[in-house]
Design a protein around this ligand. Structure first.
Ligand code: NDP
Ligand code: OXD
Length: 309
């Protein structure tokens, strides 16, 4: 019998308890799963970084921390954490992100706003380019960026991806490194940021990189708020360098009522809803790592804490 601590907000327990029990049973794992367990007896910690648990020191026998979120920026610096940290790679979350990104790319590509918001009832007749004439750039070619790239390719878009290390994704023009970033942004009529929040990615969208995009470009950020220098983005929107931005994530969440993004005519704010973890598929991922831990197999989706993702 192993002990699995579920350390997250109470509403998460309500959502996850049964799917986790089902996934454990399906994997043939007998476990005590609870919100409270004597720390020295815990074998695995299923963890949300906004839970009360911040000091991992007493969890002396734990084999891994399994993050409920894809983003790990709130835990990578925790000095009390000395065991492997795995992040969430959930097929359900990935599908949700693909749908959200595709929807917002199509909104910009088709110029949908001109018809959705048309108070003067004007008969605008416009013909957008076809997808194969449109460049979409995805910064971040990980689990989510690659899935979005595939879906956009399927619709016919010309897709460029950018990552830290060299990549080979069929049909995608894959670039990396500083030179690759400029090259990617130069063609970014629609730019999607799906990078993690790390010291290397902070303010990656700044005055200089915004200026590298074609005039009138669109930005979609479902990654993390600190990827963007907010003042630089607002300046670029005000002077027409960028036509519009859709922002799902922010340095402060919930976004304060007084934040200029809310009222900006060229910004759409969404409340960090681009993609949610889905309790059933996420539970299967968590239990797969527990199965691996018990079988002595390597964990999947491990975080490189030096890189911060
Ligand atoms: P992954 O770790 O799978 O992918 C991250 C990608 O970013 C990789 O391609 C990586 O490059 C690249 N990258 C990291 N650092 C750099 C850098 N310095 N320069 C260039 N490229 C870099 O993450 P996911 O795809 O699963 O998730 C991405 C982010 O999406 C999460 O970190 C989270 O912040 C956000 N997210 C947002 C959600 C929402 O609802 N808004 C939901 C879920 C996630 P390489 O491939 O070379 O390692
Ligand atoms: C995550 C998120 O990191 O929802 O999972 O943003």
């Amino acid at each position: 019998m192993i002990n699995i601590l579920f350390a997250a907000r109470p509403e998460r327990w309500t959502a996850y308890e049964q799917p986790l029990r089902d996934a454990l049973q399906a994997a043939g794992i007998t476990a005590h799963l609870a919100e409270e367990i004597t720390p020295a007896e815990v074998d695995y910690i299923i963890y949300a970084p906004n839970s009360d648990l911040q000091d991992f020191t007493p969890y002396t026998r734990a084999k891994a921390v399994l993050n409920l979120w894809a983003g790990v920026e709130r835990i990578t610096d925790n000095k009390t954490l000395r065991i492997p940290l795995a992040r969430m790679v959930d097929p359900g979350l990935t599908k949700g992100m693909v749908e959200w990104v595709t929807g917002h790319v199509l909104r910009y590509h088709l110029g949908m706003d001109a018809h959705i918001v048309n108070p003067a009832h004007e008969w605008h007749v416009t013909t957008p380019p076809l997808a194969h004439e449109r460049n979409v750039v995805i910064l971040g070619l990980g689990a989510l960026g690659t899935a979005c790239a595939d879906a956009l390719l399927g619709l016919g878009f010309r897709v460029t991806g950018w990552s830290r290390s060299p990549k080979n994704v069929k049909g995608v023009d894959c670039l990396h490194g500083d030179a690759g970033l400029s090259q990617a942004l130069n063609r970014g009529e629609i730019v999607v940021t799906l990078l993690p929040d790390t010291p290397a990615t902070t303010d990656i969208i700044n005055a200089q990189t915004l200026a590298q995009m074609p005039r009138g470009a669109f930005l979609i950020n479902p990654g993390r708020g600190p990827l963007i220098d907010d003042d630089a983005l607002i300046a670029a929107l005000d002077n027409g360098q960028l036509a519009h931005a859709t922002l799902d994530v922010f340095r402060t969440e919930p976004l304060p009522q007084t934040d200029p993004y809310w009222a900006h005519p060229r910004v759409t704010v969404t409340p960090h809803i681009a993609a949610a973890t889905r309790d059933k598929t996420a539970s299967e991922q968590l239990v797969e790592n527990i199965r691996r831990g018990e079988a002595g197999e390597p964990f999947i989706n491990l975080v490189d804490r030096k890189l911060g993702y």
